[in-house]
Ligand binder design. Structure first.
Ligand SMILES: [Zn+2]
Length: 634
């Protein structure tokens, strides 16, 4: 089966330094330099981010608990005799089909997504749905009666993995369920979820403890998602040394050891199998103080971001890394798997907490705007697997109930956690990393910060401090590396002299009183984002990658990807790009504004090239249209 030859990974939501402290019995040994807020502390205000989140929520709520438990109940033999309404139930297709090795992964992702939605909105509907899923999974675990094993597929798939036989990625799927249940405990306080996951961990320990070193090596060659991350997280919750043993068991020497030598071993490696392994290492650094593992994670991140990424912060061609600095040779229809970005953003969050360098926030912004935000179809709420860089390609979206690719699963989570990385804090200071309309409540400081902005359509953001007493708090405002034409800061209408440079933080340290306002403007301008090839470039405006809007000629309707029998055809999809599609531009490279003009009065950022008359808009906003990101420059 074609699909078996592929492999995919994701990790679900882990926790970050500063979060859920009341629920962890093992405190982090490493003193972090910045901490995350709990999602409960941040509320999104109206913006495209919130619109995406609510669309995703509608989709998630439309998939019934019975559908999400169906394959689990089938495997546990819980369907006997007549099942009443169950017979009429529309069964989930795609990667959730009863004959797919990965079935059950979506249920794990949805548990995580529901926990994030509940945390960020406080709406009880998400908790109620998750509660019924958790209850159903507890019944399945009991019915399976296999020492805590819980899955939608039989344990034989794990045995095949251990024996080195052909199987897709059973641990990868189990990881989603472990992570989803842990998120239910952490974000929704669901104790039953923790009981289930502890039994699963007990099963895993007994299953893996007898393995010989050779068996372990063979097993770990198959994709296993973020199993190390999830067991570190569980260890922090339980203090059970078996959980720590399991986390360390999933350290894959073959892939990770070369990174200790600062060797770029990424070429031809399946990207999303690789990235989650590093997230687990950052958790080991946080919990156990393992400095060596942090060095590996940092080296990996720098290597991926500086040498294996496109202008959008995405990576991979047909899911694999390729030679460093070679993206111009990989402008294909199958670039930039979404799960990879999901995992890179998680890794970025851990690295920022350890070392709050602006470059991490820069990357987060780049990948969030240029990849994650635009992967959801605003008409249908469906999610794209790849972000094709082939000039003239277009986004290919999932179906509501017959795709369930890995990127649909991570998509459920991505769209639910836009609030997670806007703000960070130290004991005293507040970091403002992203310019997204939101309200932060910092309980320990008894302070509320409201952020109003239309960024990136508007280059200004306004922070308002709400406090009942005066409070001393240094404010670290991110000064993006792209903002090379300077910064304008006003505090209560008075201009503040900025001495810092782009790629750093502007510090405002003062005693704040109620209703103090900070107005921040980073003027944006057009710039080229050079590829490894001098004559191939993308165009950006501020942090936003602009793409040519290239029409719909030759696009098939209805698109073949809506055919449930072809649920994997995103992987071989023929884009039928018209032979005469323009992807050359004549630009005055020194001053782009001589060859590209902004069109005033449009709803969103819109530009036009003077010579070719091509309309450019933010890549994230282009849907159901062909586009060009990388141009041949004459
Ligand atoms: Zn994926």
């Amino acid at each position: 089966m074609f699909a078996i030859m592929l492999s995919f990974t994701i990790t679900a939501q882990s926790h970050y330094p500063g979060q859920h402290s009341g629920k962890l019995v093992i405190p982090d040994k490493t003193q972090m330099k910045a901490y995350s807020f709990d999602l409960q502390d941040i509320q999104l205000l109206d913006s495209p981010f919130k619109e995406n989140m609510m669309r995703e929520s509608t989709w998630i709520l439309s998939i019934t608990t019975k559908q999400l438990l169906h394959s689990f109940r089938t495997t546990a033999g819980l369907y006997t005799g007549k099942e009443g309404g169950y017979m009429d139930m529309k069964k989930l297709g795609g990667w959730e089909s009863l004959d797919c090795d990965l079935r059950g992964q979506t249920t794990g992702h949805i548990l995580s997504a529901l926990s994030l939605l509940y945390a960020t909105t406080g709406y009880n509907i998400y908790k109620l749905k998750a509660d019924s899923l958790v209850k159903g999974l507890a019944e399945v675990q009991q019915a399976l009666h296999q020492d805590g094993y819980l899955s939608a597929f039989p344990q034989g798939l794990i045995d095949r993995n251990i024996a080195g036989q052909s199987v897709w990625a059973p641990w990868y799927t189990l990881h989603k369920i472990f992570a989803g249940l842990i998120d239910q405990y952490l974000n929704c306080d669901n104790r039953q979820a923790l009981e289930i996951v502890n039994k699963m961990a007990s099963w895993a320990y007994e299953k893996l403890k007898p393995l010989l070193q050779e068996q372990r090596t063979v097993m770990l060659r198959n994709e296993f998602g973020g199993m190390n991350d999830v067991f570190y997280n569980l260890y922090a919750i339980t203090g059970n040394l078996h959980d720590k043993w399991l986390a360390e068991f999933f350290y894959q020497n073959e892939m990770l050891d070369p990174l200790k030598e600062q060797k770029d071993n990424l070429d031809k490696k399946h990207a999303n199998t690789f990235i989650p392994k590093l997230i687990g290492l950052t958790r080991d650094y946080e919990i156990e103080g393992n400095v060596e593992n942090m060095k590996i994670a940092r080296f990996f991140w720098n290597t991926v971001v500086d040498h294996h990424s496109y202008c959008t912060g995405s990576n991979s061609d047909k899911e694999k890394f390729f030679k460093p600095d070679n993206e111009s040779a990989h402008l294909t229809g199958y670039t930039c798997e979404s799960c990879n970005v999901y995992n890179m953003l998680k890794l970025t969050r851990h690295l920022f907490c350890a070392e709050p360098n602006e470059k991490y926030a820069d990357y987060y912004e780049k990948a969030l705007y240029n990849h994650i935000l635009g992967q959801q179809d605003p008409e249908s709420g469906m999610i794209a697997y790849f972000l094709p860089m082939l000039p003239g390609a277009h986004k290919v979206y999932s179906t509501p109930d017959s795709s369930f690719w890995c990127c649909v699963g991570t998509g459920f989570e991505n769209q639910a956690k836009y609030a997670e990385a806007i703000y960070y804090h130290t004991d005293k200071a507040l970091y403002v990393n992203l310019f997204i309309p939101s309200v932060l409540t910092w309980k320990e400081k008894a302070i509320t910060v409201r952020q109003d902005t239309n960024f990136p359509d508007d280059a200004t953001t306004t922070l308002t401090i709400l406090t009942s007493t005066k409070v001393t708090m240094p404010l670290y405002i991110r000064y993006p590396s792209w903002a090379t034409s300077g910064a304008k800061i006003k505090v209560d209408g008075k201009i503040l002299k900025v001495i810092q440079k782009p790629g750093s933080y502007i510090t405002i340290d003062r005693k704040w009183k109620n209703n103090d306002k900070i107005e921040i403007t980073y003027p944006m301008f057009l710039r080229l984002v050079q590829s490894d090839n001098d004559s191939i470039s993308a165009i950006a405006y501020g942090p936003v990658v602009l793409a040519g809007v290239m029409g719909t000629e030759g696009m098939e309707k209805p698109a073949p990807f809506s055919n449930p029998k072809l649920y994997n055809d995103y992987y071989t999809y023929d884009y039928h790009v018209p032979a005469d599609l323009v992807h050359q531009l004549k630009l005055g490279k020194k001053n782009l504004s001589n060859s590209i003009k902004q069109i005033a009065g449009t709803q969103r950022l819109t530009f036009k090239t003077i010579n070719e008359g091509i309309i450019l808009q933010p890549l994230f906003s282009i849907h159901h249209q062909r586009y060009v990101v990388y141009w041949n420059l004459k």
